[in-house]
Design a protein around this ligand. Sequence first.
Ligand SMILES: [Zn+2]
Length: 304
Amino acid sequence: MLYQKTISHAVEVKGIGLHTGAPSSITFKPAPPDAGVYFFRQDISGLPSLKASSRNVKATQMATVLGGELFAISTVEHCMSAVSALQIDNLHIEMTGPEIPIGDGSANPFFEGLKKATIIEQNALRRYFVVKRPIYFSQGDKHAYIVPHYGFKVSCTIEFPHPSIGKQKIELEITQDNFEKELSQARTFGFLKDVKALQAKGLALGGSLENAVVLNDEGVLNPEGLRFEDEFVRHKAMDAVGDLTMLGYPIIGHVVLHKAGHDLMHRFVEHLIGQTDCYDIMDLESPLNLNQVFSPLYPKAKLS
Ligand SMILES: [Zn+2]
């Protein structure tokens, strides 16, 4: 928890892009301390790159897309949620095209790929976004807020007027184990009529029952069914963990979300960054650091 981490050697994850349907692969490579996570477009001369950061988010309609002047890096959230859950701070991610592979529609291919690379500690302290006071944000009937909490916890509720979804809720401390068991395998989902409309526009060409849960008006079309009864809200929580990495620091706090999507998450992260009275950026080398934040809230808290 104290030190920054990277991976020991390069590892590749192959697949297809959701929108193009074209083969796409990414290679995770080690990066030095304090580098952060950078995406590189290997297919473009000059190897342009972008940091995973809210200031580089260009679009949030279908997925979280990073963008430079002439290039895009699409669908970063599943990959970044695995990076976050494994507490990896520094990484170079080389891409063969504009889209990160969709895999099976979950974070699992990235989580398993990164675990194969062996995660190593580096000689630099991790710095955290430690929430001292609640920060609220809302947009219409969508809400996001964060409150002080000793750990990183996500609560998420969704409401879809569909017989297979309805109201669902999850509340989870985001540790590596919990992420692996509860969130990593939850797949993205879509409605058949929306998929058809997207494909008519030349989008979601790689979309299939192999990489998404697809619903018609009555139920789930995938012959294998759901991986969890509440797979939908688990996927939303996983997406949120990925989108929160755009803050640039791991969070010590409890994030509560209602009807969140990529657009709300991006606006929420931008809002959080502006509330400088409500958080500290600090390392945890000395328990004193955290005690200063938490002892007024939890006088009996023992931090070890
Ligand atoms: Zn997703």
